[in-house]
Design a protein around this ligand. Structure first.
Ligand code: FES
Ligand SMILES: [Fe+2]
Length: 390
């Protein structure tokens, strides 16, 4: 079952499966310490591309989306030309927070106006209004724009980058940098999909525990009795049979949808590969996006860390727009199975967080079926500027 056949779609090297030897996990303090979290904020969350949501949240000029990214409030908007722009949520006058976190989405006509002294900024972040600043002050508005961040889209996902412009890698390069990549799934036409349901979970676990849990299925036979019914390979603790492309896995015979019955009333996505209609594919995009693909639905997890021991997980269910528009649109069977699996995962992740917080826990071990976790840890070490172990 496990001959290593590295598909051409993969970009980062992997350890051949046959040569796998037990490898160490991250250290306990990596999941619990404020010092490590402070480094992660700079290197991971403010140092590279991070997903913050879907572009459909801001379809028109003046629409905006506010996000608390690891404690930094930022927002993205669309300018008059429809281009995405991103900024720190901070007034250039005396630093006041411009936009509220709730509601996260909104719309302005032409300008963002600060609630303190009413300075205003256009959709490109230029300071255009400074009430009561007199003409004889020789005040140059051009010198005080909003602080810009990188903001781009790929496949309908919004990505931001808080690094200095010269330090920003091209988004496409970042997306293809890991052992897995959402760029392998263009045939699903993700940019055309639309939000049908959103669930938000507050999880008392470090974001890396959630990523690691996502990338292995050793826990599936014990934690997910319903999941292993629909994806039989998961009974054996494996996440990929090494032969199907892009980490896809066969659903049980006869299943055409990711539901308890294996069926749904949702229309299948058009123009997939024949095998896709019987498969579930899951992929992790470093650092915080997990993409689950089914024949008729996509589901994403977006991780937003709130501290070393707390993560907000936004779970969005995406469908074809015409499926959502149909009068008999019924996403419940897919949502119910995923919601059940999600809650099973969060419960066990919180339990793992408790355990790794013990003073007795220095580090654990990855057997072979945990190999994707090691790959994630290697990417994490690279992002933090630590030596890799390979
Ligand atoms: S702090 Fe924003 S206008 Fe004064
Ligand atoms: Fe799980």
């Amino acid at each position: 079952m496990t001959t290593e056949a590295r598909p051409a779609t993969r970009h980062a090297p992997r350890t051949p499966i046959a040569a796998w030897q037990p490898r160490p996990t991250l250290a306990g303090v990596d999941y619990t310490s404020g010092e490590v979290y402070a480094v992660e904020r700079e290197q991971v969350w403010f140092g590279g591309w991070v997903c913050i949501g879907r572009a459909e949240e801001i379809p028109d000029p003046g629409d905006y989306l506010v996000c608390d990214l690891a404690g930094e409030s930022i927002f993205v908007t669309r300018n008059r030309a429809g281009e995405i722009r991103g900024f720190y949520n901070v007034c250039a006058h005396r630093g006041t927070k411009l936009l509220d976190d709730e509601p996260a989405c909104g719309h302005v006509g032409k300008v963002f106006k600060c609630p303190y002294h009413a300075w205003s900024y256009d959709l490109d972040g230029r300071l255009v209004g400074t009430p009561n600043v007199d003409e004889d002050e020789q005040f140059l508005r051009d010198d005080y724009p909003l602080h810009a961040i990188g903001a781009e889209t790929y496949a309908g996902f919004l990505f931001v980058n808080l690094a200095q412009p010269a330090a920003r890698r091209p988004l496409a390069e970042h997306l293809r940098d890991g052992t897995e990549s959402i760029t392998n799934f263009e045939r699903y036409r993700l940019d055309e999909l639309r939000l049908g349901r959103r669930l938000v979970y507050e999880v008392a676990a470090n974001w890396k525990i959630i990523v690691e849990n996502y990338n292995e299925c050793l826990h599936c036979p014990t934690v997910h009795p319903e999941l292993v019914q629909i994806v039989p390979l998961y009974r054996f603790g494996e996440v990929w049979d090494g032969e199907t492309p892009d980490d896809g896995n066969w659903m049980v015979d006869g299943a055409t949808s990711f539901t308890r019955t294996g069926r749904s009333e949702l229309s299948p996505f058009p123009d997939l590969r024949p095998d896709d209609y019987r498969m579930y594919s899951g992929t992790f995009q470093f650092p915080n996006l997990m993409l689950n693909l089914h024949p008729d639905a996509a589901m994403t997890y977006l991780l937003l860390p709130r501290g070393p021991g707390h993560t907000t997980v936004v779970s969005e269910y995406l469908f074809r727009p015409e499926t959502i528009a149909s009068p008999d649109f019924q996403p419940d069977p897919v949502v119910e199975l995923w919601d059940l699996i999600s809650k099973q995962d969060w419960t066990i992740c919180e339990r793992a967080q408790t355990g790794v917080s013990s003073r007795s826990y220095r580090s654990g071990v990855y057997p072979r079926k945990d190999r994707f976790l090691f790959e994630f840890n290697e990417q994490y070490r690279r992002a933090l500027g630590r030596p890799t172990l390979r």
